[in-house]
Design a protein around this ligand. Structure first.
Ligand SMILES: [Zn+2]
Length: 76
């Protein structure tokens, strides 16, 4: 408890398909700053509908995947 890991917008996991850096997909109602970030290509707007097993990242080629497994894990 009280352990807040803030790796929200800094982590850019590689696409499992092509290896390019992924962009985080933001779900829910976008804030104005979220629109601005999407405009800069920092995030992808995923829409307001949230379902199980939604992808969390999208690469420049349009591949989408869920990055749950690498959350907080740093195996070297
Ligand atoms: Zn890709």
């Amino acid at each position: 408890m009280g352990d807040s890991t803030d790796q929200h917008t800094t982590a850019r996991p590689a696409c499992p398909v092509c290896g390019l850096a992924g962009t985080a997909i933001v779900y829910g109602y976008p804030m104005p700053e979220t629109f601005a970030a999407a405009d800069r290509g920092e995030v992808v707007l995923g829409g307001c509908v949230i379902e199980p097993a939604m992808p969390t990242h999208e690469c420049p080629l349009g591949h989408r995947w869920a990055d749950d497994e690498s959350y907080g894990e740093d195996v070297s």
